[in-house]
Design a binder for this molecule. Sequence first.
Ligand SMILES: NC(=O)c1ccc[n+]([C@@H]2O[C@H](COP(=O)([O-])OP(=O)(O)OC[C@H]3O[C@@H](n4cnc5c(N)ncnc54)[C@H](OP(=O)(O)O)[C@@H]3O)[C@@H](O)[C@H]2O)c1
Length: 317
Amino acid sequence: MKAAVVTSFDTPPRYADFADPVPAEGELVLDVVAAGLHPRVRSQADGSHYTSPGELPFVPGVDGVGRDDEGTLRYFVLDDTAFGSMAERVAVDARRSIVLPGGTDPVAVAAAMNPAMSSWVSLRSRIDFEPGQSVLILGATGNAGRMAIRSAKLLGASRVVAAGRDAQKLAELTAFGADDTVRFDGTGEASKELAAKASEVDVVIDYVWGEQTPAAMVAIVTARPDRRKPLTWIEVGSVAGLTAELPSAAFRAARLQLVGSGQGSLTPREYLEHLPELAGHISRGAFDVDVRAVPLAEAEQAWADAATERRRIVLVP
Ligand SMILES: NC(=O)c1ccc[n+]([C@@H]2O[C@H](COP(=O)([O-])OP(=O)(O)OC[C@H]3O[C@@H](n4cnc5c(N)ncnc54)[C@H](OP(=O)(O)O)[C@@H]3O)[C@@H](O)[C@H]2O)c1
């Protein structure tokens, strides 16, 4: 079959022949209809993701939408495998797939599930989020950050503050559902504004990390009117840096707790449990996906475009 094939961690995948996946017991072979080129897939392909086994060659792709023998559309999540979703066919553990409602747009689902589940499943499974609580999203101008606004609202958040560094993209987020927006780039002035708008939030969903997270944490904790009010900080992404120097005092000075949410801290079962509901919301257009479908044969160019393109690229065999 044809696939996007990674033969080196220094070069993008190329469209080439690759062995057909051989299904193990309990697995289905699906014809791939659409597979999202998420940041997670880019870090898989360049070997930088924390789950990377460092082995070559392989087909990247962690999820997608495929059609089974009976013509049913399924969204699937793959286990760590050399046979990823950026291929004509994929072998999928039936328990790690969900049947999509009739009329679903497979490209929209392939684009949205990964970024949307980052907030949806973290609010559902990693913390005891309650309707009426307020949420700050750090890095709200990216795909996952935008969708976190909708996740929080759908799950009953009373107030959602969207923080990001790009003023133009930030300005669109009020229409997308944010109650307030604030420019945040980790500098002193931006930290003051962040503290003024978000010092009382219950939950932070953090896609940024790096040097910006400590600045945000100090600003919020210092300005918090009631230090006894719990503040749960969920680490989900790290677009500004893989490491951060967190001030110890922040954890003593307020009821601040830090949790992470991702592959490993959540089991496949915990992810799967919440996906039918999320797929339903995406199918109904609740997440307003900004997507560009690209033929699988153009995978190499798609990789170059994904580094700068705002829309989520979805490869279509
Ligand atoms: N744990 C999980 O379950 C999970 C699931 C999905 C995604 N993620 C992670 O979440 C993060 C975001 O994913 P995504 O799908 O939203 O990616 P995306 O659509 O590519 O968006 C990334 C955003 O990050 C911002 N950004 C990039 N570099 C930055 C920097 N140095 N400082 C501040 N902002 C910066 C950019 O904002 P502007 O250009 O607009 O400023 C861009 O819009 C990634 O780290 C991804 O791996 C985690």
